[in-house]
Design a protein around this ligand. Structure first.
Ligand SMILES: [Zn+2]
Length: 81
């Protein structure tokens, strides 16, 4: 049971909630040396993490299934072209 943050109505128990990203931003992950551990020939060895670029969520709404369908229809975030 929870309150939908879009329609502000109480949702009955045992119904799933969805997180909808309102705002996303680009994120750059720095290169880190010798952070990934692994075993090779019974020896512990370390490997670098390359880092890179990606996206992270700034704000998200917890919404009911109906609101999630409506939001994803009209959203430009999830359109892949
Ligand atoms: Zn709702």
């Amino acid at each position: 049971m929870y309150l939908c943050e879009q329609c502000k109505q109480q949702v009955p128990a045992n119904s799933s909630s969805y997180l909808f990203p309102l705002q996303i931003r680009k994120k750059a992950y720095p290169k880190r040396s010798k952070v990934n551990k692994y075993h090779h020939n019974h020896r512990l060895e370390y490997r670098d993490d390359r880092g890179g670029e990606g996206f992270e969520w700034v704000k998200a709404l917890r919404v009911c299934p109906d609101c999630y369908q409506q939001l994803t229809k009209h959203s430009s975030l999830n359109k892949k072209e």
